[in-house]
Design a protein around this ligand. Structure first.
Ligand code: ZN
Length: 209
């Protein structure tokens, strides 16, 4: 780590976020080791404000390599996890086609996203409410641009009472399992190995082995 200088950690929230969170400048900015310091970057801007900045014409060339997905083991954004979907929504809101930003969306993407909310597939927490509320605040009364069904979705999202969102545990579990499998986070061999372990644990409890 010699001559690393400063490690920059992008902020998740702004000072408006009142919940206790480890994503905070008072933590990041006080971390240092050897000659390396840490900077919590962009705390003054919300996520949608950052996207707005990135969607300015001079920045658009960089967006072709945008990578936000932390779920996929592939090189591209999965386009299905909550973080990908909130980014896809934010880009469409700024009038930028997500397919030019390292995503692969189609006309099913926004209906599926709406379904994720109505069926409680996303995990419900203060961060989700905060981030989607931020997107809501930026939706204009009149939406001019439609990208693969974004207009209909944004009009629906504007009226959603996000603070009342509740996750459905079963829907969330099944959605996560499918997502992790398609993102190669669950491998068949790993499931087989784990099942074999449990099989022998059960046998030992029964005194068979
Ligand atoms: Zn993703």
């Amino acid at each position: 780590m010699r001559e690393t200088g400063t490690v920059i950690i992008a902020s998740s929230y702004t000072r408006d976020f009142k919940e206790v969170s480890a994503f905070h400048p008072s933590i990041d900015n006080n971390i240092s080791w050897a000659d390396v310091s840490v900077l919590h970057d962009g705390y003054e801007l919300s996520r949608q404000q950052k996207l707005k900045y990135l969607c300015q014409s001079e920045n658009l060339p960089y967006l072709s390599r945008l990578r936000v997905c932390w779920d996929s083991a592939h090189k591209t954004n999965c386009g299905k996890c909550e973080k990908c979907l909130r980014t896809v929504t934010g880009l469409a809101l700024e009038g930028v086609d997500p397919n030019k930003c390292n995503f692969d969306i189609d006309t099913n993407t926004f209906p599926r996203l709406r379904d994720n909310f109505t069926k409680g597939k996303f995990k419900a927490d203060a961060g989700l409410v905060y981030i989607w509320s931020d997107i809501q605040k930026h939706i204009p009364e009149l939406i001019d641009i439609d990208i693969k069904g974004s207009k209909e979705f944004l009009n629906w999202l504007r009226g959603l009472n996000i603070s009342q969102y509740r996750a459905n545990r079963l829907s969330h579990f099944l959605w996560m399992a499918r997502l992790q499998y398609s993102n190669k986070r669950i491998k068949t061999e790993a499931i087989f190995r784990k099942s074999k372990c449990y099989y022998y644990i059960i046998l030992s409890k029964l005194g068979v082995v």
